[in-house]
Write a protein that binds this ligand. Sequence first.
Ligand code: COA
Length: 173
Amino acid sequence: MNPRVLETARLALGHLEPSDAEFILRLVNEPSWLQFIGDKGVRSLDDARAYIANGPAAMIARHGFGLYLTSTKADGVPIGLCGLIKRDALDDVDIGFAFVPESWGKGYAREAAAATLEHAQRDFGLRRVVAITSQDNARSKHLLESIGFRFERMVKLAPEASELCLFAWETRA
Ligand SMILES: CC(C)(COP(=O)(O)OP(=O)(O)OC[C@H]1O[C@@H](n2cnc3c(N)ncnc32)[C@H](O)[C@@H]1OP(=O)(O)O)[C@@H](O)C(=O)NCCC(=O)NCCS
């Protein structure tokens, strides 16, 4: 059972465990992940377990937040990742999400992202959260705008990297 962090009407978001390696191996090799997020070099279940340990689990140990496994409450089937990330290259915490294609177009990603924003505000006191997307990631941009993010500027995470769109959300509350 993945320790649960957040719950929405249809979804449960919880910590990733080594037993989620099979799902992670699939997700990070989806053509959409490879196109819009990049190749993490995860080719085996061992690689996927290492990705979980060194990525989301390490982030949670360090900051208290990270990418969470997102599953449908009705049947407990994992459909994606959604959560918060602190990168050295950005001053602000950013929101990240990726779902398997058969779960797209149902509003699941938006539901998870909206709950993650509330979590950022409520549990970590964040008043500003950013997001980065490649310029041609129309679905991601559309989702971000639908939950209150606005395009701010172009950024590069490394000098030789390609330019990404930086979106920002700020609360007045
Ligand atoms: C980005 C990504 C998460 C978006 O997924 P998505 O399913 O398109 O996003 P949403 O959850 O916002 O779904 C939106 C659509 O679901 C439909 N929908 C169906 N039922 C719905 C419901 N109950 N509530 C809301 N929307 C619903 C709507 O038509 C909506 O489209 P609209 O906003 O034009 O009305 C997905 O494309 C993905 O995983 N991509 C690969 C990884 C990636 O690019 N990650 C981002 C890196 S920056």
